[in-house]
Design a protein around this ligand. Structure first.
Ligand code: HAM
Length: 422
């Protein structure tokens, strides 16, 4: 029988040991920044009731209509692997009464997301996001806080040349009128397009605006602008936000075609893009969603948030050759040159009890093989214990960088091991 060699499923990636430190660095940077702004971590389940996303993200979106990993469990419930983090966070916020409508709740998360998309550079079926949700404030100052936090995150990571795209989708009334106007304008131009595409446009005309199809782009170039339908409140909100961003030194570009692929947005939407990404050029996306909490049965509560793609940030960091110096993770490789495994094991335990990280060759191979492993291990020191050393109560310590070797009484070894220059 032929052996089957398993591979990671299409659109998924392993994070291998040699790259894991980059993830740790990014996640730590994100956590530190969230702390700076007073956000608390929340972790939600990998799957949720399918209906949560249908209602929240929207039936007419690509995510819900064709990208969800939906399955029935053994009791026949329809469940979906989370395609994004906002809906689950809001579900948890309401379920556990994490805040009241006039109280501000600041939450952050680091999560995998699952979307059945066609995999390509920067687009995976399982990808990862860092994100924040600021719940309970409807002010432009809240939008500015989220945008500023986002910019600070990329700056701290060393990601240069980002561009911020900003738009406002107005409130309910504005979007309704605009959808109708856009459709009325586009309908005659779409006559020769496939039936399926036209049906999708009828359901969700805003999608026309961010279509990648050059023919569609040509059509929408002359479409009426959304600004014409803004409510007074939307105009004031958008202007105040721009003023705030200007005074915070944040440069942005207003992009009236930025609509985003989720239905819950109201007023402000934004994306940060990078020229170092390919066609999938969005590092992150976010915006205000003032109706979602009410949609989920809560009191009307304004909210705004953002989610940043981890893989995309790491891709840009790789292109820009931003490599965080890898700290040597291992203090000691302990070389065993005695038959007395018990004494050796006790000595290794003593080192670990003292906070020194240690790796050993559990197979007790030849001295030559153990030294080779010590070299490869990346340890700062090799500590050598043989019969002679055991008898005299000493150990040999070899500095793996300089090659220098000293013999020390066992009691003094910690002093040396703890003070390795980085
Ligand atoms: P989103 O724009 O769908 O927004 O995703 C945010 C970011 O996640 C994208 O800009 C991209 O960097 C990354 N991303 C999304 N899908 C993939 C994929 N298939 N492969 C690789 N990276 C991907 C949201 O998810 C909203 N929940 C953001 C939000 C939070 N809005 C308000 N609060």
């Amino acid at each position: 029988m032929a052996f089957m060699r398993f591979q990671a499923p299409r659109g998924t990636r392993d994070v291998l040991p040699q790259e894991a430190h980059r993830w740790v660095h990014l996640e730590k940077t994100f956590r530190d920044i969230c702390h700076l702004y007073g956000y608390s971590e929340i972790r939600t389940p990998t799957f949720e009731d399918t209906e949560l996303f249908v209602r929240g993200v929207g039936e007419g979106t690509d995510i819900v209509s064709k990208e969800m990993y939906t399955f029935k469990d053994r009791a026949g419930r329809s469940l979906t692997l989370k395609p994004e983090g906002t809906a689950p966070v809001i579900r948890a916020y309401l379920e556990h009464s994490l805040g009241t409508p006039n109280q501000i709740t600041r939450l952050f998360y680091i999560t995998p997301i699952f979307r059945y998309e066609r995999p390509q550079k920067g687009r995976l079926r399982e990808s990862h996001q860092t994100g924040v949700e600021l719940i309970g404030s409807g002010t432009p100052d809240a939008d500015a806080e989220v945008i500023e936090l986002t910019v600070r995150f990329y700056q701290t990571l060393g990601i240069r040349n980002i561009s911020i795209k900003l738009n406002s989708l107005g409130e309910e009334e504005c979007r309704k009128s605009y959808r109708e106007a856009l459709l009325e304008y586009a309908r005659p131009h779409l006559r020769d397009f496939p039936e399926e595409f036209r049906a999708r446009c009828e359901k969700n005309p805003l999608r026309l605006l961010d279509s990648k199809d050059p023919e569609v782009q040509k059509i929408v170039a002359d479409a009426p602008p959304i600004t014409r339908y803004y409510e007074k409140e939307t105009i004031e909100h958008f202007e105040s936000l721009q003023k705030l961003l200007n005074s915070l030194g944040i440069t942005y570009e207003i992009d009236p075609k930025l609509v985003r692929g989720l239905d819950y947005y109201t007023k402000t939407v934004f994306e940060v893009q990078s020229e170092f990404l390919g066609a999938q050029n969005a590092l992150c996306g976010g915006g205000r969603y003032d109706n979602l909490i009410e949609e989920y049965g809560g009191q009307p509560t304004p909210a705004v948030g953002v989610a940043m793609g981890i893989e995309r940030a790491l891709m840009v960091m790789e292109t820009l050759e931003i490599e965080k110096k890898v700290e040597r993770l291992l203090d000691v490789f302990a070389v065993c040159l005695t038959e007395n495994r018990i004494e050796f094991a006790k000595f290794v335990k003593f080192l670990r009890d003292s906070g020194i990280s240690v790796v050993t060759d559990l197979e007790f191979r030849s001295a030559k093989s153990q030294f080779r492993q010590a070299d490869k291990s990346g340890a700062n020191y090799a500590v050598i214990l043989g019969d002679e050393e055991l008898e005299k109560g000493v150990v040999k310590v070899k500095d793996m960088r300089s090659g220098e070797e000293v013999t020390l009484p066992s009691g003094e070894v910690l002093r040396v091991l703890r003070h390795h220059p980085a």
